[in-house]
Design a protein around this ligand. Sequence first.
Ligand code: EPZ
Length: 417
Amino acid sequence: MQRFRIRGGRTLNGEIEISSAKNSVLPIIAATILCDDECIIENVPMLDDVFVICDVLKSLKVNVSIDVGNRIFRINSKDMLPLDLSENLIRKMRASFLVLGPLVSRFGKACIYMPGGCNIGLRPIDLHLKGLAALGADISIVNGCVEIIAKRLVGSNIYLDFPSVGATENLIMAATLAEGKTIIENAAKEPEIVDLAVFINGMGGDIQGAGTSKIVINGVKKLRGVSHIPIYDRIEAGTYIVLAAITKSKFSIKGINEEYLNPILSKFYEMGLDMDVNGNEIFVNGDSDLKPINVKTLPHPGFPTDMQPQLMALLSITNGASTIIETIFENRFMHVMEMCRMGANISIHDRVAIIEGVSKLTPSTVKATDLRAGAALILSALSCEGESEITDIYHIDRGYSSIECKLRKLNADIERI
Ligand code: EPZ
């Protein structure tokens, strides 16, 4: 099992390039199923999760050609077959469930294993299924498999009890080729939803209102291939902003969209972090005196849950008492135990974390419990003198492309062993 060995305590310098957003690329790759022409996706991040969803498409006989050097994916599903998806692929990555909507839309049927939960929560799919039923699908759960039959999908009004990102994406894709108009109310407003709508509209779809809580999809008959460059990864950018602050470093981060990053920037401004945004670049002066803050994770445009562990790492060495309330996932505090192993002073009360800032952390061997927790532990390890090790780093590879190469460009002492 690979691990990272990190020697922290030094300030970093240089420049970071942000990759395209994992959580944008995954639904966009799923959406290529909706047409039988070649779609080209550029600047694709080389992430394990991206390769897993491509394996899912390949298992359905979709033609996926990957130009690793230029990070260009050419995907053509003209010869694809409505085969059953293998359980291990779905269990390997929950986001594979995003092929459900496109499959039903294209073939009128789908049979997919329940994605199951993960470390951060049960991750139910009731909203996905309720929405598909509203569009006229017959749904049954047989032997852990979701079996969906829909001779044709007919547009309908759908109200999401919770603005679920995945349910919004699956239902947008299912409604794209349905007959008539679909309205999704209380839809997720994340930037990745907007990017998916831009991609599908580029194929000839008719999606209005993405990025707001009311999305209107007018079904179309056929889609054509399109070429697309996904948006930057706002969570990766936020992770590197924390890196500058936690190591008291000064460096530039290239590849940001200020509007999408605002829910994250607003908290750092509140802490007193000195940042200068210039177009799609941000310069962070981590040598700022930071104040403790209180944060609640919320659906966009609230503070994103995917930045919660990274912010906690910074607050753990910010003088004073801070609180984080995690409202999205019921079990997203597993990194707390690992941070306490490094000397953090954090207590948990149900969904509330109380963080008493300490002057510095101490190196230790810690375990990545999920993708963002792993990234947060790298930040903690880089903030303190001495040698730390992080195990189970496969979680990190799922969402951060070659993170040690990017960190070494900033003069960080990190090696994969
Ligand atoms: C997406 O997951 C992201 N993943 C997650 O990022 C992110 O944390 C999450 O959205 C929230 O922003 C991808 O985009 C691939 P949800 P998703 O459906 O779609 C409940 C990362 O680190 N819910 O918005 O699964 C659910 O239990 C990952 O990159 C239902 O109750 O998130 C959870 O409490 C982690 N019923 C809440 O909604 C449903 O049918 C948010 O889930 C669906 C969801």
